[in-house]
Design a protein around this ligand. Sequence first.
Ligand code: 164
Ligand code: MG
Length: 321
Amino acid sequence: MRCVQLYRWQIPMDAGVVLRERRLKTRDGLVVRLTEGEREGWGEISPLPGFSLETLEMAQHAAIDWLQAWRQGSALPLPALPSVAFGLSCALAELADELPQAADYRAAPLCTGDPDDLVLRLADMPGEKVAKVKVGLYEAVRDGMVVNLLLEAIPDLHLRLDANRAWTPLKAQQFARYVNPDYRSRIAFLEEPCKTRDDSRAFARETGIAIAWDESLRDADFAFVAEPGVKAVVIKPTLTGSLEKVKAQVAAAHQLGLTAVISSSIESSLGLTQLARIAAWLTPDTIPGLDTLNLMQAQLLRCWPGSELPCLDSTMLEPLL
Ligand SMILES: O=C(O)CCC(=O)C1=CC=C[C@@H](O)[C@@H]1C(=O)O
Ligand SMILES: [Mg+2]
């Protein structure tokens, strides 16, 4: 017999989380539980405001329609909304034992503010040292100085940078001018430096700093092609869709010799631990971009190893189905 449960949850965010110029006070989403006989599978559906095109209400409606049909034994295709397709496909994969348990809990530490904090965290990081720094929020000159400071302080560090398309070509050049040329090769990649893909390509060509596509993967005309200067693609499954689609994108990237980085859309610890498993499974050689749990004030259902945040259980969630 098949059973379904759907819960709605809300977790307060740390003060000061700003996404696309909007303060995110709470993270809201759904979790789904499918059971069939002895087996169960969980999934998280949490469209990210400012990034996902669907709202939580749209996701909830689509999830309920699909779940009601599934409960009755129908094999409906997964809904088109990416967050819904992702969450349901994770639940189905757990149910069918297709999502391996082994997880990659190394997360590239994320720095949005104080570089001294990052230096302290990196000192404790075993193995390959990779961190991610947000740029484009302050003056380009300050960003350049922070990058120099970190790469100088930690000689075996590689940095991922993310400008979220904030720079004009001039600003991007100002940034590059401030980065010591000897350090440029230790910038693993810079995500989306400029507003247009052409400007970002020109930046890579002119500066020798490798770039990565993130937002571009959601552009209607985006295609996976090998291009000079493009080193990686950032794959955010909640914004991508089903696990099948995530697998296809990772395979397309690897085929072209691109690094594929499985990355967070600020899911709860339930979604993040699943992303850590997806990363261990599909991109075992690449540290995933999953260091977003500490932006939240609590975990949900499954805990991230070592996190001291309290963990909410299903009695603390609002049941919808
Ligand atoms: O990629 C990572 O290491 C962490 C996730 C991350 O940086 C992001 C998640 C969601 C929205 C954005 O603010 C940001 C990004 O643009 O990549
Ligand atoms: Mg990004």
